[in-house]
Design a protein around this ligand. Structure first.
Ligand code: NAD
Ligand code: UDP
Length: 319
């Protein structure tokens, strides 16, 4: 069946890949974005397609659209991006979710929320299961993102329970791959840029903190699977459970890119989670999914893409 599908944040890293996949499947795709952290070039190749349209709009403001499905991906995802204007970040998660849930309610559309592993904060349970309630500092510098996403989850569940809206929630763990913003300040993009330029690799803290990195193809696949099944609302953890220290990541990036960069150490940012790894049993059980792309292979693809782009085409986020 052909659906009319709205992808908010559709010009971003993950959103643009979702748009691409849905356009290929023949759906009518509306990509909505305010281009806060993305460029039109991410979706330029789709502009000529008859089943693709692009709207510049900010989801904190209402919009009237008729759709069958909504992927609510709009929100800055990298700490440097979401801390640039923290109040705007909260508004995007809270007012943006209310506006999109309103469309879903009026149209009877199914709506999926891109939530995050950050709802677990600096977790005291390891690995993190969906039943873990998290350890978030509500007044810290990451709270605009973490608490905004937590309220968004609450809104999704309340619209589901009170108004029977057909909701889905995915909790996305660190994801990387081609088309990620090279200046998002996140660890994968920083290390690759630094390695390719032969600059020092900036380890924050002593590099023993861990993350689990999922390649974008694995993630896009499970997001679409979650949207298209009828049984299960979520939330569900999606990510790659292979856990690495940040130092191990740096060493892999240096080795795969053949760089001569050296490691340097800078202070750890406030509230930086010490460990993060998803328990993906629920995704395996309910969606028959697990990631297939190992970190070395994904990093190789990503490094190859970084070699093809002109860094001058990318700018820091603008208000
Ligand atoms: P991204 O920054 O590349 O994409 C976000 C997109 O949303 C951008 O195109 C941006 O311009 C747009 N946007 C931001 N605020 C908006 C607003 N108010 N109105 C309209 N558009 C707006 O980031 P991404 O990595 O593609 O993340 C997509 C979603 O997935 C986000 O909701 C993010 O929180 C979530 N997520 C991503 C990761 C990850 O590792 N990439 C991890 C957890 C959760
Ligand atoms: N990090 C680092 N060097 C960098 C950027 C990040 O050591 O240049 C660390 C950061 O302190 C954190 C981890 O890498 O412990 C992942 O950071 P990122 O900003 O990519 O995402 P997070 O998972 O913290 O949201």
């Amino acid at each position: 069946m052909i659906d009319r599908i709205l992808v908010t944040g559709g010009a971003g890293f993950l959103g643009s890949h979702i748009c691409e996949r849905l356009v290929e499947e023949g759906h009518d795709v509306i990509c909505l974005d305010n281009f806060f952290t993305s460029q039109k070039t991410n979706v330029a190749h789709l502009l000529g397609r008859p089943n693709f349209e692009l709207i510049r709009h900010d989801i904190t403001l209402p919009i009237h659209l008729e759709v069958d499905k909504i992927y609510n991906m709009a929100c800055p995802a990298a700490p440097g991006h979401y801390q640039y204007n923290p109040i705007k970040t909260i508004k995007t998660s809270v007012l943006g979710s209310i506006n999109m849930l309103g469309i879903a309610k009026r149209c009877g559309a199914r709506i999926l929320q891109a939530s995050t592993s950050e709802v677990y904060g600096d977790p005291e349970e390891h690995p993190q299961t969906e039943s873990y309630r998290g350890n978030v500092n509500p007044i810290g510098i990451r709270a605009c993102y973490d608490e905004g996403k937590r309220v968004a989850e609450t809104l999704f569940m309340d619209y589901h329970r009170s108004n029977n809206v057909d909701t889905r929630i995915v909790r996305i763990f660190n994801t990387y791959g081609p088309r990620m913003h090279p200046y998002d300040g996140r660890v994968v993009s920083n290390f690759i840029r630094q390695a390719l330029a032969g600059e020092d690799i900036s380890l924050f803290g002593d590099g023993t903190q861990t993350r689990s990195f999922c390649y974008r193809d694995d993630l896009v696949e499970v997001i679409i699977r979650m949207m298209n099944q009828d049984e299960f609302v979520g939330p569900v953890n999606i990510g790659n459970p292979d856990e690495f220290t940040i130092r191990e990541l740096a060493e892999k990036v240096i080795a795969i890119s053949g760089s001569s960069s050296k490691l340097t150490f800078a202070p750890l940012p406030a509230d930086d989670p010490t460990r993060r790894r998803p328990d993906i049993s629920l995704a395996k059980d309910k969606l028959g999914w697990e990631p297939g792309i190992k970190l070395d292979a994904g990093l190789k693809q990503t490094i190859d893409w970084f070699k093809t782009i002109n860094l001058d085409d990318y700018r820091p986020p603008t208000p």
